[in-house]
Design a protein around this ligand. Structure first.
Ligand SMILES: *Cc1c(COP(=O)(O)O)cnc(C)c1O
Length: 475
């Protein structure tokens, strides 16, 4: 299997060649040159596999430059009951007949990003050892991504993490999660600024080609194909659980509702559907930052200015543009790389928007690709959290509440709806207190983490300060 760029002008590459890269050289994102197909016989064979074996079967269709035994060992070591809390890894919880939550947030940092990042940590360690190389991961986080990356990379050979975050602006729980890590290869840099400053500084450091080469700077952001393909696995696992024991006269279809920000999670659902997993609908749920809901309703994709990007109570979905969306548009437009390049290159930089409403392809977003969308607000989140706790005794976080609100609205008779649970409520305690008048449950292993010793360096929001820190800690 080789990978092509969504902008059509990059060399085709194998999996391990793109594993440690970000964007393709032509500015596009990598996608497999075709989607491997599964049929009813494949699904029957995979139905009862343990999660790590299912992961191996799916990943091996996309990875042909890691020997099968090595890949199998990596999957086995990643998806364990010890790390993810249950034997199922992603257990389904039935709320009512045909309506489920799929638990993706029982990993080390209590958000779904662990599902992919834990695998990435093991793949990085493997590939770097094989090449005899080192990598210094530089990132910016407002919460979930940074902690997932640090917990995946801590103690890994050949990898260091330099994670910037806005000083004092993450939730107390998120700060405690990251800053309590004592591993020598993890560096927390709290910058005196806001999240945008952190992102700008990371961009500035990464665009200094000489510095980047000298210090082997890399990233783990959500456009990384390895993260995306790891997420494909739980769509299959959710499907198998929701359809187990049902009469299989005709192939039972299911729908997924996905709390969305950068379009990474739901893009994995798109890939699963393209492979032939019987998915009826992929329901995209946004919060007040409704760039993507607007696109699926109107055909217009309009990037928001910083001033129009709302700070919400589901902060991991607060985006001004969706970095993985280009992958879907590439498929939507029949894989026309030149058109994607003109839309996401020239048009977006000139006007901040493009309009596909008059394009026949846009109508197939719902038809051939199964997409629909909806939006949820703070009031919806509070009401959904309260309702779910009162009627079902289940406490959900704010992002999952966005997904559940929109998923409920879009149920169809006879089609199970699986809502992806993307974080646990403890990460976003303030809104739980507002909705329920009580503190969220806290998993035992997180008791008292706010009191642990902290390992963090406060720096000015300054490119040179970050560069010097990296230079002195790369020995
Ligand atoms: C990152 C994140 C999301 C958004 O996922 P995307 O892949 O960016 O669409 C939703 N919920 C939580 C809790 C997250 O951490």
């Amino acid at each position: 299997m080789k990978y092509v760029s969504t902008r059509g002008h990059a060399d085709r590459k194998h999996f391990c060649e793109i594993l440690l890269e970000g964007l393709a050289p032509d500015g596009g994102l990598y996608l497999p040159e075709r989607y491997p197909q599964v049929n009813e016989a494949t699904l029957a064979l995979w139905r009862d596999l343990p999660y790590h074996e299912l992961a191996f079967e799916i990943l091996s269709l996309y990875i042909d430059d890691i020997p099968a035994d090595d890949l199998r060992a990596i999957c086995r070591k990643t998806y364990t009951e010890e790390v993810f809390g249950t034997k199922e890894i992603v257990p389904l919880k039935q709320l009512e007949d045909g309506l489920y939550l799929e638990a993706l947030s029982n990993g080390p940092t209590l958000a779904f990003k662990d599902m992919a990042m834990q695998l990435l940590g093991n793949l990085f360690e493997y590939e770097l050892a094989r090449r005899g190389e080192e990598l210094n991961i530089l990132g910016a986080t407002s919460g979930d991504t940074g902690s997932a990356a640090e917990y995946a990379m801590k103690g890994k050979k050949g990898v260091r993490v330099f994670m910037t975050s806005p000083n004092g602006r993450m939730s107390p729980f998120q700060q405690a999660q990251m800053f309590s890590l004592q591993d020598a290869n993890i560096h927390n840099l709290a910058l005196e600024g806001v999240f945008d400053d952190c992102q700008d500084i990371v961009k500035a450091v990464s665009s200094d080609a000489a510095f980047k080469r000298k210090y082997r700077i890399g990233t783990v952001n959500s456009i990384n194909w390895a993260r995306l393909v790891a997420q494909v696995v739980y769509y299959f696992a959710g499907y198998f659980q929701a359809t187990s024991g049902r009469v299989q006269a005709t192939q039972q279809k299911v729908s997924f509702s996905v709390p969305s920000g950068n379009f990474g999670n739901i893009c994995a659902g798109h890939v699963a559907r393209m492979m032939g997993l019987p998915i009826e609908r992929l329901v995209l749920a946004t919060n007040e930052n409704d760039v993507l809901d607007e696109f699926f309703r109107t055909g217009v994709y309009r990037v928001r200015a910083a001033a129009d990007t709302h700070e919400t109570s589901s902060p991991s979905m607060d985006i001004s543009k969706a970095s993985n969306f280009e992958r879907f548009v590439f498929d939507l437009l029949g894989r026309d790389g030149d058109r994607v390049r003109s839309l996401f290159g020239e048009q977006l930089s000139a006007t901040g928007r493009f309009d596909l409403s008059a394009d026949p392809a846009f109508r197939t977003a719902a038809g051939s690709f199964g997409f629909s969308s909806g939006k949820s607000t703070h009031a919806d989140r509070v009401a959904t959290i309260r309702d779910t706790f009162e009627r079902h005794g289940v406490m959900i976080d704010t992002h999952t509440a966005d997904g559940l609100k929109v998923g409920r609205e879009q149920r169809q008779p006879g089609v199970p709806m699986i809502v992806l649970e993307t974080a646990l409520p403890i990460k976003f305690a303030a809104t739980i207190v507002e909705a329920l008048g009580r503190e969220p449950d806290r998993p035992a292993k997180f008791e008292g983490i706010e009191k642990l010793p902290r390992r963090v360096t406060v720096l000015a929001a300054d490119v040179q300060a970050v560069k010097s820190f990296i230079a002195t800690h790369c020995q």
